[in-house]
Structures are given as structure tokens and as C-alpha cells.
Design a binder for this molecule. Structure first.
Ligand SMILES: [Zn+2]
Length: 199
């Protein structure tokens, strides 16, 4: 379901329609990064799903006084430590999924303060932590001027990443014979020429 949602959003972004497919100029993973990290801040549904399942993992970590937690201890763990637990073959898909998410989120639970006194796990905290490995970019505030026109912001966002379909890129992709700038016809069209050098 998360994959289908992502495909619909991706199609709307690049083609304007959920059912139309086109090649993306920027990967979906990059688009889902926060704006400070160079993305568009679109929700990554797969990452969000992991963070949601992380709630169950945290209930287990925190030994919540919860009927489901008691049932899991009686049915699956049977005294085994949750942190090191591996699901046996033949376990249900849902249980294997929870255990897989536990392994993904384990560094966050152990090294973060979610397990400390008064600290709690939340889906938004988990989602943020799962995407925290990317570095902050210096250009995000220049691209996103508050009064800017969205289409101009989007073109600027593609420009700083060298992803606009200028003639030099089209030549690399499709071997176009004519790479001259369509505005002046005196030089090859690339990002630098189009934005800074074209007369
Ligand atoms: Zn030109």
C-alpha cells in the first residue's frame, strides 16, 4: 500500500496525474528528505509505516502494562529477552514484521532517550530518527523564499541539483545532435549558460 501511494504521489509530482508515468528527475527517496536536507519534505510512506510499527516495539521495550504485551510475552517470548529475540520459522507475517522493525529501530531505542525515565517514543520521533542520516544542505533557504512562486522554487530546486533537462543532459540521455541554447544559439545549453551566461 505504501508503495502504491508513493507511485501515485511520484506521478502527480512529475506528470500532474496519478495514473501517468514518467521518468523522475530526482529519486523519490531524495524527495522525501526534509527541506533542510535538500528534499521536498514529502512523507515517505514506507518510513512512516516502520515508525508506526515502532509503537508496538516500544510497548515491548517499555514493558507497557498492556494486554497485547502480556499476550506476546506468553505466546512468543516465553521469558526470552526482547532485544535479542529472533522470530522462529513459521511465525506469522505480522510478527516477523514487528521483529524486523525492532532490529531497525534498536539503535534508536538504546542510544536515544526514548527508554529513559519520562521519555516516550512517538511515531514522529521514530520517523525523524529513521531519516536522520542525511546531511543538511546550505542552499535550502535560498531555494525556498517565503514569498516565492512555487513553480520558480521547484525549478530552482532542480537547478541547484543540476537536474533540469537542459540540452547537455538531453544529449547524455538521448544522444541529441543539437545541443545549442534554444534562446541565443551561440553556445551549448547547460545550467551555467542558461542561468548566468546566456545573453
Ligand atoms: Zn543562450
Amino acid at each position: 500500500m505504501a508503495k502504491i501511494k508513493s507511485i501515485f504521489c511520484r506521478n502527480v509530482l512529475w506528470k500532474g496525474e496519478a495514473s501517468s508515468h514518467s521518468n523522475a528527475l530526482v529519486s523519490w527517496k531524495h524527495i522525501c528528505l526534509p527541506k533542510e536536507q535538500g528534499g521536498l519534505g514529502v512523507c515517505d510512506f514506507r518510513r512512516w509505516n516502520v515508525a508506526v510499527v515502532g509503537t508496538y516495539v516500544w510497548w515491548m521495550m517499555d514493558k507497557k502494562d498492556h494486554l497485547w504485551v502480556k499476550w506476546v510475552h506468553c505466546t512468543y517470548l516465553k521469558g526470552l529477552p526482547w532485544i535479542e529475540y529472533k522470530p522462529p520459522k513459521g511465525s506469522s507475517w505480522a510478527w516477523k514484521r514487528i521483529c524486523r522493525v525492532k532490529d531497525i529501530l534498536l539503535p534508536g531505542y538504546v542510544h536515544h532517550d526514548w527508554l529513559e525515565k519520562d521519555a516516550t517514543y512517538s511515531i514522529s520521533k521514530g520517523y525523524k530518527w529513521l531519516g536522520s542520516e542525511a546531511n543538511t544542505v546550505t542552499w535550502h533557504s535560498q531555494v525556498r523564499v517565503s514569498a516565492g512562486i512555487p513553480k520558480h522554487q521547484f525549478i530552482s530546486w532542480l537547478f541547484v541539483q543540476d537536474r533540469l533537462l537542459t540540452m547537455d543532459r538531453l544529449h547524455k540521455l538521448f544522444q541529441c545532435s543539437d545541443t545549442a541554447c534554444v534562446l541565443c544559439r551561440v553556445a551549448d545549453e547547460n545550467h551555467e549558460h542558461l542561468f548566468f551566461l546566456c545573453p
